[in-house]
Design a protein. Sequence first.
Length: 146
Amino acid sequence: MKLSRESQYGILGTVYLAHQPVGTIRQVGQVAEACGLARPFLAKIFGRLVHAGVLRSYRGRERGYALARPAREVSVKAIVEAIEGPDVFQRCVFWSDACSDSSPCILHHVWQTVRPVAVELMARTTLEDLVRDGGQPDRLETMSRE
């Protein structure tokens, strides 16, 4: 379950959108600039989030992206699964490809006990929680470089 930079960017971008007034549409370039992220990379990530129903895309004169649901209804788990794939929480957190149930790594059984707790925590944690707990727009650019 090693998370990629794509997940980090996806979370940062959606937290930025969660800070906007409900119904506000932002172009991917605006989000990328505000968060200090690469526009083409974020556009690809936002495409996945639209496909998963996390974001809604708008075409025409007022084009861009907005949250598809209220921030309190969007979990970190939903964002991560949309970007990493539905099996992300089944993967080994230590040695990616070298570990499976049929060929476990030395820490496989430890991860099996921790995994359900991590999944539950990500399922319970929403964008609203992240916004409330310190995901301020002026910190997003700094967070993207950490």
